[in-house]
Design a protein around this ligand. Sequence first.
Ligand code: NAD
Length: 486
Amino acid sequence: MNRVDIEGVSVSPDHFINNERVRSERTFEDRSPLDWTWKLADVARGGAREATLALVAAEDAFPQWASLSTHQRGEYLHRLADLIDEHVADIAHVETRDMAMLEESLRLRVISRGARNFRAYADLAGDYEPRRWSSNGTQNVVLRQPAGPTVVITPWNAPFMLSTWKCAPALAAGNTVVLKPAEWSPLSCSLLMDLVAEAGLPPGVFNLVQGLGEEVGAALVNDPRVRRISFTGSPETGRIIGEAAAKNLVPFTAELGGKGPFLVFADADLEAAAEKAAVMYDDAGQVCLAGTRLLVEESVTEEFTRLFRLAAERHVLGDSRDRSTTVSPLIHPEHLARVSGFVERARAKGDRIVFGGELERVGGLWYRPTLIEPASNDSEVVQHEVFGPVLTLQSFDGEEEAVRLANSTPYGLSAIVYTTSDERAERVGRRVRAGTIWVNCFLVRDLTAPFGGIGISGIGREGGDYALDFYSDLTTLQIKEGTTHG
Ligand code: NAD
């Protein structure tokens, strides 16, 4: 079998269709951001042929998978979750070398969230009690029916966790899945497919195709066999995929980019706020949910900035395999050029670089944690997602201005608020436009809560029953009362 060795862990660079590895004539190079001269693999480069193969497999497997009870499907998904837990170290190992997320945090937190995704959705789907009520002389019963072959397309950051977040509810709801991970970090999802085979999922239920977005990705989302499309990535790609979904009238969810405000009120615990704000540089800021616009009440801006600078200076840029590293390299030279392009244009337009604003090591992909005071709220670096270790700092005078600035971009994925006032937390929470708002914390998630974006940050909600409803066709049975009996 075609496998590559990633410093002691063996990974297939091929597709996984019908529980078998499938090769393509063409391949693309996958390099490590830890050392760009290090070629990890020549990965199968799928196109229309592989998209069709995978969707036919998913279509063929659908009736049987859909006919299982939620508990029977749950047993498969629990087995898969157990296998993920057994292989956390290997998956983290590969993902660190492939996309440079910090190995320690992948090992301790992120990868096991993948196992939790499968368990949580297996159990939730099993717990579903159809809604029943009487009206107009009929019994109304709402049934969740499996929808059909589902395409899941995911981005390069946290690829394993983000893919399982979408595939788990799709499978639990009785759909079959074709997953296409991003071409910049394709390998950890390939390891997942080894576990799918080991867990004994029936052939065709869970497939993976590798390749470029505009090739195999486009072929998948335009195929009329597809009954659901679930996408995470940039708003630009979201629009393209949305057009394909509209063409075939296929329900579509999109979790897109963010430009979250990080609001610090004068009554906040400033030290805690500054420490948390510095966390936005973790993983080189390549986190969609990050609060990248620091908005601080005028009376405490000077003190907050002093504390924030101290916290930011404690960051250690380095190799993501080392435990002491807190800031990883960026994913790709093209992405580094994009990030530094934002900073250079900001500098040229008169925004003030407070610290950072340069590469850390010549030849590598590390960019220094950067803080910018924009000349205006219209500055490009305030209005556009950078997706790197670049934060902006602005002050506000009172709650009204805080909310106005928070809502002044087209994004609405997340927000972070630091205040010690209950009332303010709720007041501001009701007025800030964001799918998730954290008060005095960050990244705490309950998997049953709705998750998604407002504005250009996304369409639809996933999480808990919201996801299971999306991946199902909801059918209402209306039974004339008194005409049936048990
Ligand atoms: P991207 O939009 O460039 O690519 C995402 C995926 O779409 C990749 O798998 C890519 O191959 C595929 N793709 C590209 N063109 C396609 C096409 N025409 N048809 C079908 N598929 C296509 O995004 P990226 O650069 O990989 O990821 C970074 C972006 O993702 C950022 O904007 C980030 O904020 C966002 N993101 C959002 C969330 C969230 O939960 N809202 C989570 C992580 C990342």
